[in-house]
Design a protein around this ligand. Sequence first.
Ligand code: E4P
Length: 217
Amino acid sequence: MKFFIDTANLAQIQEANDLGILDGVTTNPSLMAKEGIKGTEAIAAHYKTICEMVDGPVSAEVLGTTFEGIVEEGKKLAAIHENIVVKVPMIKDGIKAIKWFTDNGILTNCTLVFSAGQAIMAAKAGATFVSPFIGRIDDSSWDGVQLVEQIVNIYNSQGFLTEVLAASIRNPLHIVRCAEVGADVCTCPLNSILGLLKHPLTDNGLAQFLKDAQAMQ
Ligand code: E4P
């Protein structure tokens, strides 16, 4: 399973990249706004900086909602760097635009996916990635990981090539469960990635080893 980081914060991207386990980055308008990025030029410059930091796909989301608007915006985003993946919302015009991008060799991430039917549409349009939002599904007392599993099974049985990118990750257990059910990618906040490292028995064991090592010197 590939690890993407789900942020537009450069320090967090650098920290995850320095671990040597980072395969890509996803952003969304909320994450960009959180970093205070404003205006077309600043947005493009920020995406370029991220692409130069991380060797892997970087999802940049369109702000338009019409076919023409999404295509125009997506072409400009894709021109920023070869690693840009145009992130398109799961709406009717979004699906049309994903098909256009597919036919024109532009990578896409179909976002805001909350059902298997939506995931089938994204795959039919040729999306590179599909993003089921598992944390937001859990928030409504449904099982987000179950949806990831369902999409993985459908794609495998139908031979769809779209990669299942589990998004809206809230904790390390989400990552473990997504790995169990065969997600191709997990996009995670830095805290959830670092949470995978934690176990009190590791801390206790290391403390004891370090204490005993002193006695050896
Ligand atoms: C990533 O592609 C999504 O935009 C993101 O994971 C959404 O996460 P949230 O539900 O925590 O906002």
